[in-house]
Design a protein around this ligand. Structure first.
Ligand code: BGC
Length: 362
């Protein structure tokens, strides 16, 4: 019960506090699993983006254990490969796990194996990315809002000094439904206000691909003709910024990002990246873990899901939808540091000391 109190206090939104409380209530007291040790499969999409292994995995495992001491989490990572993730799903079904938490590499291609799990009476919780097929629950952030925050920040950073600003768009992988929502949200803000000089979809969200594409954009448009870079996440921002630097683009145009990665926060303090989007991992994992335990115990989602979404097939799915937060140099302290994602000591390496002082990171 102690862990419940501590985690509830750390929850950052009202929704997540409700989730944490409901989850604590469900897990406290007698052991609902008796001698049975429920098994939960956790299928992560790639090792390219830091968050999955560094944040989501440990937080989900911790939350699941806090709610269900006997639960066993079986974790695998598809390393960006659809075929590998399909095999991993098949293997979880063959083993007969009690529930699956899935971050789909490719939502559409995974639809049939999600249906196979459902037919085998194994509930699938779509974590962060809305999987296709008969899923039992979904937790994520408002993806279009993420794109709007990025688009607005980019417009703000470019200001009014450039008459007809030209940007490069570094979008995510279109097989990930989030990437589609990020772009839709961004375009709703940017349309009619910027010229899109070059636009790329980044398969498997690879940093190296963004790097290559940015070099191509610089060659095609000219080093002085890029006024801003819409980058869907911090990994793509890292690849884009290193290409801009390698091509001696100076000053660097504003570049957006997402995930509040440590490297991104350091680039923001240094002035190399303009912003990131912080999607607090703790409440997302709290909701995902609570849904997974409820699903493994064959309980309903009413105690853990406060929202509802519709899948592409039109089915209503119980959901938890959280709110993303825009972060620039002057808000790092009040957002990611305050919420305990990274400390000032972690962000402010010695060579950033002066820049950190300017950003009030002391
Ligand atoms: C997640 C982002 C992440 C991206 C690449 C998206 O589905 O919402 O947080 O940066 O995938 O892994």
């Amino acid at each position: 019960m102690k862990a419940c109190i501590r985690d509830t206090a750390a929850a950052v939104t009202a929704v997540s506090a409700a989730v944490a409380l409901a989850a604590c209530g469900a897990g406290a007291g007698s052991d609902p699993d008796g001698d049975k040790a429920p098994r939960i499969g956790l299928l992560l999409p790639d090792a390219t983006t830091a968050r999955w292994e560094a944040q989501d995995r440990p937080l989900l495992e911790k939350r699941i254990k806090a709610l269900c001491a006997t639960c066993v989490v079986e974790h695998v990572n598809a390393r960006g490969e659809v075929a590998i993730q399909q095999e991993q799903m098949d293997s979880m079904i063959t083993k007969g796990v009690d529930a699956i938490v899935l971050v789909a590499v490719d939502a559409r291609s995974l639809g049939s194996v999600v249906a196979k799990a459902h037919a085998a009476d194994i509930p699938v919780i779509a974590y962060d990315r809305l999987a296709e097929g008969p899923i039992s629950g979904y937790v994520s952030f408002d993806g279009e809002e993420v794109g709007k925050l990025q688009g607005r920040a980019l417009l703000h950073a470019m200001g009014d000094s450039v008459a007809d600003p030209q940007i490069v768009m570094m979008n995510g992988d279109p097989a990930d439904p989030n990437a589609v929502s990020f772009k839709k949200g961004a375009m709703s803000v940017l349309s009619g206000k910027v010229k899109i000089g070059k636009e790329y979809d980044t398969l498997q969200w690879r940093t190296e691909t963004a790097n290559m594409n940015m070099s191509a954009a610089i060659s095609a448009l000219g080093a002085d003709a890029i006024d801003g870079v819409y980058s869907a996440n911090d990994g793509l921002a890292a690849g884009s910024i290193s290409a801009l630097k390698a091509n001696k683009v100076d000053p660097l145009p504003p570049v957006t990002g997402q995930d509040a990665e440590l490297g991104a926060l350091r680039r923001i303090v240094a002035g190399d990246q303009y912003m990131t989007v912080f999607k607090p991992f703790e409440p997302e994992a709290a909701a995902g873990g609570a849904m997974a335990v409820a699903a493994a115990r064959k309980e309903g989602m009413d105690r853990v899901a406060s929202d509802e979404v519709r899948t592409r097939g039109g089915e209503r799915v119980p959901a938890v939808l959280l709110t993303p937060v825009s972060v620039t140099a002057d808000t790092i302290k009040d957002t990611v540091v305050k919420e305990g994602l990274h400390t000032v000591q972690q962000i402010c390496i010695p060579q950033l000391r002066a820049a950190c002082d300017r950003a009030g990171l002391t």
